[in-house]
Design a protein around this ligand. Sequence first.
Ligand SMILES: C[S@@+](CC[C@H](N)C(=O)[O-])C[C@H]1O[C@@H](n2cnc3c(N)ncnc32)[C@H](O)[C@@H]1O
Length: 214
Amino acid sequence: MLTIFLVQNAVLYGVIITSAKASGLIGARHILMAEKYKIFLADPPWNYNDKAAAGARGASFKYPTLTLDELGSLSVRGHLVRDLADDNSILFLWSTFPMMPEALALCHLWGFKYKTLGFNWIKKNKSGSIFLGMGHYTRSNPEVCLIAVRGSPPIKDHSISSVIFSERMRHSQKPAIHKLIERLCGRRKRIELFARARVAGWDYFGNQLVKSQP
Ligand SMILES: C[S@@+](CC[C@H](N)C(=O)[O-])C[C@H]1O[C@@H](n2cnc3c(N)ncnc32)[C@H](O)[C@@H]1O
């Protein structure tokens, strides 16, 4: 028996083969998704080619990294990111400044149009002083989360500041901006790519997922 779930505005998510004779798709199993995602938050494992340059501090020593090509063709539960996005959706994409060209390219590869800065995270030390990172030119501090859109996603709250001033945490850990995004865009269907912590109301994808956040 072949059961097909057809859901408004959905892609081929709902094909479950329950009989060996159903078709050539025997054995195939796809995840049903009733609705495409309207909000994406992503913090990619950028590949800096930093093995020699950054010693054991580099990202590639903390987790596997992905090239731009690999990120562009990323498959989440069997589907390309660009196929998971609703016609009116928004992407929040963390980038460092050296990776800015790749970040802009990734917006395009995932089917979004770069718009503007979402959040500018200014890192401080525990003491409250401004953190001073390394850098080939000036000593680095901020990391940015870009906004890119597909179509015209609704913006619900125009009072939210782009500046986040908070302590730096463990390697690569970003401030939790989920609630700000919910205020900005509403509690629409949302997913965090490369998540390390689960957040209520969000779907998530990542190979270092740990525990829930309140
Ligand atoms: C920059 S970190 C994300 C940090 C996270 N935003 C935080 O605040 O803690 C990138 C994450 O992507 C994960 N990752 C790398 N390759 C992956 C893959 N192919 N599939 C899923 N996750 C991957 C890494 O293990 C790492 O946890």
